[in-house]
Ligand binder design. Sequence first.
Ligand SMILES: Nc1ncnc2c1ncn2[C@@H]1O[C@H](COP(=O)(O)OP(=O)(O)O)[C@@H](O)[C@H]1O
Ligand SMILES: [Mg+2]
Length: 363
Amino acid sequence: MPRIRFESVEKCYGSVQVLPPFDLTFEDGEFTVLVGPSGCGKSTTLRMLAGLEDLTSGEIWFDDTPISHLEPKDRDIAMVFQDYALYPHMNIARNMSFALRLQKVPKKVIDEKVARVAEMLGIQDLLARKPGELSGGQRQRVAMGRALVRDAATFLFDEPLSNLDAKLRGKMRTELAEMRNSLDKNMVYVTHDQVEAMTLGDRIVVMANGLVQQEGSAEDLFKTPANRFVAGFIGSPTMNFLDADLVEADGRLFARGDGFDLALADDLARRLDKAARRRVIIGIRPSCFRPAGAEGAAGSTIDLGVKVSEYLGAQSILVTTCGARDLLVELESSSRVDRGKVMTFAVAPQDIMVFDNETEVRL
Ligand SMILES: Nc1ncnc2c1ncn2[C@@H]1O[C@H](COP(=O)(O)OP(=O)(O)O)[C@@H](O)[C@H]1O
Ligand SMILES: [Mg+2]
């Protein structure tokens, strides 16, 4: 399998630059997820890799070979699209074997490959049916099977689960995670769904506005987001952000703002000493609030007015007010909640992130 490298790749449509020059590497045998909001350039990136779109400038390398001049069929890539168009008049076996038949692969080899992939995807009993006789989830698997029979070195998936309902999407996500362990291939998987990205990717590349914001493991992105965008995009419910001033008192550094005054961690305070800015944005995940006085509750306290409590089973999500702002708080459902009242929570210093209020970089 080649190592794939984008070098200063740029894409413009007419006079509109949708991807400014960027570098990106996909390591050999790795499952990489490109994640970002709709319109940020994920499909364009994948289509350039597959050879379905020209680069405006830059080069794509497979190991030491430039490939941007190669036709799609010469790139050893198989792609599963967002809208998996199956041929309605062909049965499933023939849909899956279509590319192999074009390549004049011997029938015996084709039959073996189709049988093996169909079994892996659990569609072996459907091979004689037509696409119209399958459910959405089954059709999705066929589309995936059609790519997998091709034995390509690199598989590209463009939002393959986006047409499925939530329950089936969860099931297919688990199956994909299992499947990828048994396939020693390069996989590049595009999605706008951060949960899909977190569960599937060895490495996740977060994109927004045509720019790569951060690359890393799910844990890297969650624990050490590079900037406010990544912090808000990864994790659910989403992180709370508050405008704050940095204030020194009693030898410690505090983030002070409308309705709060929270101590920051000492190592963070030392880093912030060097940053001249005193006006910042702080970020606190909803799960980082503990009812004050509860076991393990440490740090500064904050008073929040409870507006709404949404029961989700094991957890409840509270919509609270802090000054003029709404804040989300996630609690164990067994915690006592006083709806319509003010509750006091503790926030541990190490659970508070600080972002530059202009560049939005995490400090
Ligand atoms: N053929 C095209 N002509 C002009 N603009 C396009 C074309 N395809 C995509 N775009 C624009 O490029 C940007 C990135 O699109 P895309 O890669 O499809 O985003 P994503 O897959 O992340 O949702 C969008 O602003 C989109 O409108
Ligand atoms: Mg897309």
